[in-house]
Design a protein around this ligand. Sequence first.
Ligand code: NAD
Length: 239
Amino acid sequence: MADLAQAREWLSAATRVAVLTGAGISAESGVPTFRGEGGLWKEYKPEELATPEAFLKDPRLVWEWYNYRREIIGKALPNAAHKALVQLEIRKREYTLITQNVDGLHDRAGSGRQLKLHGDIWRMRCTQCGANWPDRRVPLPKLPPHCACGGLARPGVVWFGEPLPDGMMKEAEHAAGAAEVLLVIGTSAVVYPAASLVPYARHGDAKVIEVNTEDTQFSKDVDAALRGKAGELVPQLVG
Ligand code: NAD
């Protein structure tokens, strides 16, 4: 298993790089992850609220949770890991940032286009007419929010059991398959299909570098499993 110095060399030599980020990259910005400490809101688990069924049953409850999350995320600032990825993007000829996060902290750090596999908490979508618009108000003035057409609005995110945005997974697979290095930061790698990008990259011969505070199901199969905080390790990796 390679160490930080070796991983740094691979990353520096690569011209095609893909990065997959999860909630752990935003933990040091003060955004709670789903798994681990702070994963519960009232007596509900995220898996019980981030679903189409929960929204159908009680849209106001689901919106209260999203309103609460927007309040936390709205106060958060990008950390050293988000910023280091902007530097990496500038240096690489082919660079694809694939994120499972909905918090928009990569945008705030200055990253360019991303594949936001799970959408964006700062966007709304009408359940009636399908309109899609940005809304950064915190807190939202009225719950649940509505569209100009009168239809009920939902968060612009992908819920458990829903398909990813059209074509996005294909693009992510292409980037992971073509990359010389896949950097996997702060994801427990249990949410599919995002987690399938790791074996995908390995079949394409990429070196896979994992940055996480804990072991994941992929740790033993990656080329470098770096244990520690993203805000400390990613800047060192990128150099
Ligand atoms: P997860 O909550 O399942 O796992 C977080 C991972 O980050 C864990 O493996 C943990 O060990 C690691 N971690 C925690 N702190 C870290 C740190 N400082 N540095 C490095 N690693 C750290 O998150 P996931 O794998 O992204 O999957 C959960 C789903 O939840 C995703 O679909 C995502 O959309 C959603 N989510 C998003 C946010 C966000 O946008 N910030 C927050 C919570 C959940």
